[in-house]
Write a protein that binds this ligand. Structure first.
Ligand SMILES: Cc1cc2nc3c(=O)[nH]c(=O)nc-3n(C[C@H](O)[C@H](O)[C@H](O)COP(=O)(O)O)c2cc1C
Length: 426
């Protein structure tokens, strides 16, 4: 029987743990619980003990507990440690390697993989300090699920910060317990060894990775009411963000204006212009993989009108002077130490697709380019299917006609394999 050690932190989402314990028990997974002092303000050890059918551990200095089952045994006897809700405070203590209460002492002593499910107010989640702690923990091999976007417990508040749903947690926990249980360990495990040992066929090949995706068109203003745009729907970019999330990554999606909902569990930044998109991309670094699927306008209007440009009777139409936009792909590919390990571009062409894309890959200094035919006859813009060519430094692969979600899944699985192999060769 697989054994999960569930560390319950002090957040409103703690109540979801009662359901989580039940759902895991239904699947034959034994759950032992540790509650922080703050967690006990939200749910009682009595309730947790009743659903888990085990004595709940709460104190580090509990002599009776130490004789029965001390913190080292708690740490050692788990196949997986789950921290839910992972509060901002608990993440900070974990990132620093604290061991000043039972939860952190167990986390420091365990050799098992650790999965954290953060839950907090969106302002806390996006705070630089929390971001720094999450990056540190990811580098240490801790895996993350969520947080998701949605309504907060605080009235009228919404954003990214909701704990992942119980069903999502159960799916991820089951996957981790079956995927040889040793991916991305924490504590005594050497992280690079743990990652390179991950099988290419892992169900979560992007676990512990940060994937950045751009999607949609950009809008370049002519005046406050008019703009230059293109026909990109964002469907392929958004499918990439969804696929990366499903494959275990933490995902930042930077989206131009699209008619699509924000994908669940993905941190989304909405932008309009190419310059805003570049700024958002820079702010989201570092990332392990960056996929640039947005159709960024090459040019913008040099001097957009401050007010609506008026049509005057008899006057000639205004001449639009265009200037070049920043080249996001080239800029990020040449970012030195902050360059993502794998930079993937998309090339939308209407003729000589492969030849143009091959030249573009070299000129921009990117690793892979996905070339697609966006001529009217292809139906790619706005459609649900895509026929692409994957161009790497070594070869050109012609992929069959696929659903955009299938293209996304296949591409990101390849990215996961690439990262695992490049770790092995270090
Ligand atoms: C009503 C209330 C709700 C809270 N909800 C959260 C939360 O959802 N996420 C969070 O990070 N902190 C939340 N906090 C703050 C934590 O309880 C506090 O930082 C505590 O020190 C966390 O301790 P722990 O990490 O040991 O569980 C909340 C506090 C209160 C009073």
């Amino acid at each position: 029987m697989k054994r999960v050690l569930l560390i319950i932190g002090g957040g409103i989402a703690a109540y979801k743990c009662l359901d989580l314990i039940r759902r895991l028990a239904e699947r034959g997974i034994a759950v032992r619980c540790v509650m922080t002092k703050a967690a006990q303000e939200f749910i009682t050890p009595l309730a947790v003990g009743a659903v888990s059918n085990e004595r709940v551990a709460t104190e580090l200095f509990d002599l009776e507990g130490e004789r029965e089952i001390g913190h080292i045994r708690l740490a050692r006897e788990a196949d997986l440690v789950v921290v839910a809700p992972a509060t901002a405070d608990l993440l900070a203590r974990m990132a620093q390697g604290y061991a000043n209460d039972l939860a952190t002492a167990v986390l420091l002593a365990t050799r098992a993989p650790v999965l954290a499910a953060p839950a907090m107010n969106p302002a806390m989640w996006t705070h630089r300090a929390t971001k720094r702690n999450v990056r540190q923990l990811e580098a240490d091999g801790v895996q993350f699920i969520g947080p998701n976007a949605g309504e907060m417990a605080e009235k009228g508040e919404a954003g990214v910060g909701r704990m992942a749903e119980v069903a999502e947690l159960v799916t991820r926990i089951e996957a981790l317990l079956t995927a040889d249980g040793k991916e991305g360990g924490f504590g005594f495990l050497n992280v690079s060894t743990a990652r390179s040992a991950r099988p290419a066929s892992s169900p979560l090949p992007l676990a512990g990775r940060h994937v950045l995706v751009t999607s949609g068109p950009t809008h370049e203003p002519i005046d406050p009411v008019r703009y230059i745009a293109n026909r990109s729907s964002g469907k392929q970019g958004h499918a990439l963000a969804v696929a990366a999330r499903r494959l275990g990554a933490r995902v930042t999606l930077i989206s131009g204006p699209v008619q699509l909902p924000d994908p669940e569990g993905v941190e989304v930044r909405h932008v309009e212009t190419a310059r805003e998109m570049l700024e958002a991309v820079e702010a989201a670094l570092p990332a392990d993989v960056a996929v640039f699927a947005a159709a960024v306008a090459d040019w913008r209007v040099a001097m957009p009108g401050a007010g609506k440009i008026k049509k005057a009777a008899g006057a000639a139409p205004p001449a639009l002077v265009l200037v070049e936009n920043p080249d996001i792909l080239r800029t990020i590919a040449k970012r030195g130490a902050r360059r993502p390990a794998l930079v993937i571009g998309f090339a939308a062409e209407t003729q000589d697709v492969v030849a143009y894309a091959t030249a573009k890959r070299k000129a921009k200094g990117i690793d892979w380019i996905v070339a697609n035919d966006v001529s009217e006859k292809s139906g790619v813009f706005g459609g649900d299917r895509n026929r692409v060519h994957l161009i790497t430094a070594d070869e050109v692969e012609d992929w069959p006609d696929m659903d955009k979600a299938e293209v996304a899944d296949a591409l990101l699985r390849r990215a996961g394999d690439y990262l695992a192999q490049s770790r092995e060769s270090v």
